[in-house]
Ligand binder design. Structure first.
Ligand code: MN
Length: 500
């Protein structure tokens, strides 16, 4: 249901050389392909067939219309007959929406016995798609190329990934991120060029004084608070010792008040993501832990210590993964566990870890926090599920943004009786030594946006649409090659800058 307001347009390329019968067949086949894709049940966004384009004027009209239709989050092109690619130049110059080039064919197998020249005049994807592809490459336009028969699940699943990413991209184009407080002083990696981010990635970052939020929190009523506290007690387990403890209950009430106020503030401003800074909490009872955890689970992007890049990336990754089962979270590389082959990194934060990744029902607890000088914060405590996932971050290299993605494997964690925070424990691919070294060489943050559900392909599609650098650390990674890639990219982006 999450993507029901979006659509993807399907535009078929052909030309008028082959006569009226061919035009009719191209149209009928395109309709059948689009219907087949929509009926497959494998695509999260519905496809609308926008007709066959036979001339430059028709291409340009179709792509201009796609730009102007808010519901349209991307365009799929496919060449049924040969479609001379000069006719695509002006249209491609116009196109602002993500592009997927589907290299498919109406018939699955060659009809060896019956194939004649009429058949060949109609079914020309094999060479028609290459002619089109040449022009897209010649014009340096980013796109995803999917190769496969349209009835095959493998090809459909690649389209599905691109659709989810395109939806995330559309969502980011009117994303407002609110920062309460600035970056944590002197921290470099969480900072960056917010103007360039808006130009390149679409989202807008604003600042609001914490006093404005405090005013909204102070308007929250007791009735609202007790309703939310009742939800907490249903959704989370509370141990008997704390259940009747006056201090615990007071702190949970304050946390609920903060959550309601924070959500209201974000709703009123139309924000999809936010950041906090524990140095800037004047007027708030406690560091908002529980509120951040619950808002993240609802899809609000979150970054701690003013980290707006991670907040935006979390929102986008949550958005792409809607309806998927295993979850995502903001995380921080917390502390290392050297243990030979099983060397791993504990992932946690002071409080703000998203409960979507919890293995079991989270425990609601209140404990002192030795930082920030505020009252004891409420938080959800849990360990994460086991299994593979991806950790991602975007850094500002000064002349470009770099997306860094590391495949990681979450392993069984242990309880932390003296450190009551939510956590995960993972081994980065290809192993701890190489994975962590590559991440550091790439300049990656200590904060990440993590997902069990998304694969590297999602972020590859995202980087392609955004036109930003991406480096992947996985089982194929060796440090020697990785360092070469970083150096080559340095040259590529310098040249690319002067070309554009
Ligand atoms: Mn942090």
């Amino acid at each position: 249901m999450a993507f029901e307001n979006y659509e993807v347009w399907f535009v078929t390329g052909a030309q008028l050389l082959y006569g009226g019968d061919a035009v009719t067949s191209v149209d009928a086949h395109s309709n059948e392909i689009v219907k087949g894709l929509n009926d497959s049940g494998n695509l999260p966004v519905k496809i609308i067939y926008k007709g066959t384009v036979n001339t430059a004027r028709e291409v340009t009209a179709a792509f201009k219309a796609a730009n102007n239709e808010d519901k349209c989050i991307g365009v799929i092109t496919w060449m049924h007959t040969f479609s001379p690619a000069k006719m695509w130049i002006h249209g491609l110059q116009e196109l602002k929406k993500p592009l997927l080039h589907f290299h498919t064919q109406f018939n699955k197998e060659i009809p060896w016995e019956t194939m004649d020249m009429d058949f060949m005049n109609l079914n020309q994807s094999a060479h028609g798609d290459r002619e089109f592809g040449h022009m897209v490459t010649r014009m340096r336009k980013n796109r995803k190329v999917v190769v496969g028969h349209w009835k095959e699940e493998k090809a459909q699943s690649k389209i599905a990934i691109w659709m989810r990413v395109s939806a995330g991209w559309a969502d980011a184009q009117d994303m407002l991120i609110i920062r309460f407080g600035d970056q944590m002083n002197n921290v470099a990696v969480t900072d960056g060029d917010k103007v360039e981010a808006e130009i390149r990635l679409g989202y807008h970052v604003d600042y609001y004084p914490i006093a404005n939020l405090v005013a909204t929190i102070n308007e929250v009523t007791e009735i609202e608070v007790s309703a939310l506290v009742a939800i907490y007690k249903k959704e989370y387990s509370v141990n008997d010792e704390q259940k009747n403890d006056a201090h615990f209950n007071r702190q949970v009430i304050e946390a609920a008040k903060t959550e309601i106020g924070l959500r209201r503030f974000l709703e009123e401003k139309g924000a999809k993501a936010f950041t906090t800074n524990f140095d800037d909490l004047a007027g708030i009872d406690q560091l908002p832990g529980l509120a951040c955890q619950r808002l993240m689970a609802e899809g609000y992007g979150f970054g701690a210590e003013g980290d707006w890049k991670t907040a935006s990336l979390y929102r986008t990754m949550w958005f792409m993964g809607q309806g998927m089962e295993k979850g995502c979270s903001f995380l921080e590389d917390y502390t290392l566990n050297f243990d030979g082959e099983k060397s791993a990194i504990l992932q946690a934060h002071m409080l703000e870890v998203c409960p979507l990744i919890a293995e079991h029902k989270p425990k609601l607890e209140v404990h002192p926090l030795g930082i920030g000088g505020k009252n004891d914060p409420a938080r959800l405590v849990f360990t994460s599920k086991e299994g593979p996932g991806i950790a991602a971050t975007i850094i500002d290299m000064g002349n470009r943004f770099r997306l860094i993605v590391n495949k990681v494997n979450c392993i069984k964690s242990k309880d932390l009786p003296k450190l009551p925070v939510a956590s995960s424990l993972w081994i980065p691919e290809p192993n701890f030594e190489v994975g962590a070294a590559a991440w550091i060489l790439a300049g990656g943050t200590h904060h990440t946006s993590f997902s069990y559900d998304l694969t590297v392909e999602y972020l590859e599609d995202y980087a392609e649409i955004a036109g930003i650098e991406m480096v992947v650390i996985d089982n194929e990674t060796t440090l020697r090659e990785f360092k070469k890639e970083l150096r080559m990219n340095e040259v590529y982006y310098l040249l690319n800058k002067s070309l554009s």
